[in-house]
Design a protein around this ligand. Structure first.
Ligand code: ADP
Ligand code: MG
Length: 348
């Protein structure tokens, strides 16, 4: 929110397109065995041998997906990578390469793009993916970032959205709703700042939820955990749009119904207290909030003993026959039909 007047501002026009590309990509090194050729030719070359390859892409648009008045560019770069890796992990695959394409207006100095790429580089390093290409062009309006991720998975391990069977357990990693509540806090602080720029907000009690919004982590560890536990989910999806929307995707594609238990939905204490402060229902936030980047999966009942003691995985319901429909079982033990836009329009 605060612009540093002393910051160096190198005009992008001084570098030219090729100079810019070279500057931004000079630190990227190749680590993956599957990368034959990275940045620097007309196309990258990969050799996946006998593995299946997954590909996924996401486009992030300034003003739609992010707001630079509170999202630091470094975090934005990191998050742009996470959004894509999360989709790779949702296939039970390992992410191996990404490409990064940006459209940028010359209102951004070189230093801003350096920060963006610092975040991208950090994410690539931590998650062990090679940056093998991209594209760079100008934009007359805001910043656009498009990342494509590649991953590998053996034929027997790939997990689709379809595949859930009646009686399977509905399981989620981590906790839900934090990213949405972090956004609420940031939006509120932005309004306060507009009125009084001298006001320094105390965000100490919101550190977890703000971090979940600005710097999420994709659940690579869960894919590894499932492997270690010898559990192959019958279906899986990542939670980018809110729990209810993702459950509906699994049920539709698997041709099944489900019972989701409100009292089982994992919530962080900071989510609960912030919901109270904002007077928002925490279940609504978990169901419709989005951007959690947790993994939602179904597992066979036979695998329950393997996961039951694990603090990273929570059973939140089970799969039913399609004819039974898709329901939320509330704390008051009433059944409400699950809708993609949540259940608040329905009175219990
Ligand atoms: P082309 O004219 O074939 O599109 P470019 O000059 O755009 O080639 O890109 C040169 C090399 O740099 C290519 O390997 C390309 O994938 C890579 N590259 C271009 N822009 C970016 C970027 N923003 N981030 C990472 N790599 C990039
Ligand atoms: Mg190009």
């Amino acid at each position: 929110m605060i612009e540093d007047k002393n910051q160096q501002r190198t005009d992008l026009g001084n570098l030219g397109e090729f100079g810019l590309i070279e500057h931004l990509t000079k630190n990227f090194k190749i680590h993956q065995k599957t990368t034959v050729k990275g940045i620097g030719d007309d196309a990258a070359v990969m050799d996946f041998k006998n593995k299946q390859v997954v590909v996924t892409t996401d486009l992030l648009v300034e003003g739609v997906h992010f707001d630079l008045s509170y999202a630091p560019l470094k975090h934005l770069g990191y998050k742009s990578v996470m959004v894509n890796l999360s989709d790779v992990y949702a296939m039970n695959a390992q992410a191996t390469q990404i490409t990064v394409s940006i459209a940028v207006s010359n209102r951004f100095p070189l230093e801003a793009l350096e920060q963006l790429y610092e975040g991208i580089e950090t994410a690539a390093k931590i998650y062990d993916v090679d940056v093998v290409g991209g594209d760079t062009t100008s934009s007359t309006t805001g910043l656009l970032i498009s990342i494509t991720a590649l991953g590998e998975v053996s034929k027997n391990d790939v997990v689709y959205r379809k595949g859930a069977k009646p009686n399977d357990l509905l399981v989620v990693s981590g906790d839900l709703g934090a990213a949405y509540m972090g956004l609420q806090v940031l939006e509120r602080e932005k309004e306060v700042y507009k009125v009084n720029p001298a006001n320094q907000p105390d965000l100490n009690m919101y550190t977890y939820i703000i971090e979940r919004q600005l710097k999420p982590e994709a659940r690579r560890d869960i894919v590894q955990l499932l492997k270690d536990l010898e559990v192959k989910p019958t279906s899986m999806i990542d939670i980018s749009d809110g729990l209810s929307s993702e459950i509906l995707h699994i049920c539709k594609q698997s041709d099944v119904g489900c019972d989701l238990y409100e009292n089982k939905i994992p919530l962080d204490p900071q989510v609960i207290s912030t919901c109270e402060e904002f007077n928002i229902d925490s279940t609504t936030v978990a169901l419709n909030g989005g951007e959690d980047y947790e993994l939602l999966m179904t597992i066979s009942q036979a695998d329950y003993p393997k996961i039951k003691a694990n603090p990273n995985l929570t059973v939140i319901g089970f799969i039913t026959e399609k004819s039974a429909g898709m329901h939320l079982v509330t704390r008051a033990e009433t059944k409400i039909e699950l809708k993609a836009q949540g259940w608040k329009n329905f009175s219990a």
